[in-house]
Ligand binder design. Structure first.
Ligand SMILES: NC(=O)c1ccc[n+]([C@@H]2O[C@H](COP(=O)([O-])OP(=O)(O)OC[C@H]3O[C@@H](n4cnc5c(N)ncnc54)[C@H](OP(=O)(O)O)[C@@H]3O)[C@@H](O)[C@H]2O)c1
Length: 311
């Protein structure tokens, strides 16, 4: 394990965050159907009440609505909140100056002078890694962000970003990637291990697999919208894993499947950022950290997850 730089240490101290993709997104999450501004505000407040104070948003979420809502919510609380947002490499964005320019837009929407983490949402062939890292370095030097990270970067791109930033004396703080009991690519391809080695915080998105690991969806009762299509093949195979999660949760005083799913991510050494549409979901998710699965339980869950993909 590498020594963690003082600038990024705060990220390693966070056990769990709150994802804000749900705040305004109609396409995947059906914002406006069953939940809206009031409910996500309550989810935010419930999370803060439980000590979750790291919020992950992006300029693209709800076409800016997520960042604007975060700005409104921050004005209504005295509590300190750590903010992460993301740069979207739209094809019309050229050159390193696109990054500080885009960050200024995010800061305006969030109504803040700086964020704690600014991430590249995903890699693009249109902007070289060196150019993007130069842009991120400018964002740090101008004081608009405390740290910088990447998202959806495979190992070789992540290493290139790490080295490019090192030339500016700036640590790569994080890589935000898909990681859950139903998607263990980063564990199996060595990205998680490499992150630990280099002191890069692996931030796990979709840690409850977009609701699948809660146990509330099945082949007979699939999730709405695009998720039904994407997960159609997986839903009939979830039974044994969900059953084991329930048994394991019962051995920890009745932890729910959702809480077991989040704790498993934490036990693996990653930082989960579950999204929540309302206070009840946020409240339940907040029970993910604060306790520990045993090594044996983690191994059993790993095995049950492997079996899904071997069948
Ligand atoms: N960097 C990237 O490319 C990227 C990609 C994806 C996500 N992210 C980030 O990661 C965050 C989390 O990922 P995600 O939103 O994709 O998936 P997730 O956190 O695995 O799942 C969130 C969804 O699960 C359901 N849910 C959450 N808590 C629940 C509970 N306690 N009980 C029952 N249902 C619950 C809700 O949807 P329903 O109620 O509709 O089932 C909620 O919208 C996002 O908000 C975003 O910040 C980043």
């Amino acid at each position: 394990m590498a020594e963690i730089s003082s600038e990024t240490r705060f990220l390693h101290a966070i056990e769990m965050g709150l994802g804000a993709w749900q705040w305004g997104d109609r396409i995947v999450w059906q914002y406006g159907h069953g939940y809206s501004d009031t409910e996500v505000h309550q989810a935010f407040l419930a999370s803060l009440g439980e000590g979750i104070r790291f919020v992950d948003t992006a300029e693209i979420y709800g076409n800016g609505r997520s960042e604007r809502l975060l700005g409104q919510f921050l004005k209504q609380t005295e509590q300190p909140v750590l903010i992460a947002t993301k740069f979207l490499p739209f094809p019309w964005r050229f050159g390193k100056s696109a990054l500080p320019r885009a960050l200024k837009g995010s800061l305006r929407r969030i109504s803040t002078e700086s964020v704690d983490l600014y991430q590249i949402h995903w890699p693009t062939p249109l902007l070289s890694i060196d150019t993007m890292m130069e842009g991120l370095a400018e964002c740090v030097k101008s004081g608009m962000t405390r740290t910088v990270g990447v998202s959806n970067f495979g190992q070789s791109r992540m290493l290139a970003a790490y080295s490019a930033l090192a030339r500016h004396n700036i640590p790569l703080a994080s890589n935000q990637v898909h990681y859950s009991l139903l998607n263990r690519n980063v564990e199996k391809n060595g990205t998680l291990a490499r992150c630990k080695e280099l002191g890069i915080r692996l931030i796990a998105y979709s840690p409850i697999e977009m609701g699948l690991l809660t146990g509330k969806y099945s082949a007979d009762s699939p999730p709405p919208g695009a998720r039904a299509r994407n997960y159609g093949g997986l839903l009939p195979k979830l039974g044994p894993l969900l059953k084991l999660m329930t048994e394991v949760g019962q051995d920890h005083g009745g932890k729910s499947n959702t809480q077991v799913a989040l704790n498993w991510v934490i036990c693996k050494g990653a930082l989960p950022i579950p999204g929540a549409k309302n206070a009840a979901q946020a409240q339940e998710n907040a029970g993910g950290p604060g306790w520990k699965l045993s090594d044996e339980e983690v191994a059993k869950l790993d095995q049950a997850s492997d079996l899904i993909f071997e069948s």
